[in-house]
Design a protein around this ligand. Sequence first.
Ligand code: FES
Length: 142
Amino acid sequence: MDASKRQFIGISLGGLAALAVAGIASVTYSLFRYYLIPKPDSDSKGKITIPLGDIGAGNAKFFEYNGSAAVVVTKPDGSVVALSAVCPHLGCIVQWEKDRQDFLCPCHAGYFTPDGEVVSGPPPRALEKLPFSIANGTVIIG
Ligand code: FES
């Protein structure tokens, strides 16, 4: 085998290893956010309650809703949105990008607005909106 073939194989294997590490890091980060973030309160009817003060303007808070990942966002204008955090493409969990004020699906680079509408990438539709109300400074989902 000549040097250029060895060099090509070495670069290819290095690239594959880098992709594998990036993929593992992305999945680990998603699992960490989904399972280790403190869960908000829920009542016997399955409603989730999250104090607005726990979210903060321009932030998102992830939680479990009916056995699935969900998220509530407080936009900089103070409006609130509650969404499924499950990407409608192939079911990965989206991530909130505070600096960009959007959602990124790490699996295939799908982007969504804070309202869950598709900006770019392969997702075929918006993130599912969840019913919610606000009372006494608390978001009630469900
Ligand atoms: S699973 Fe989200 S973009 Fe593919």
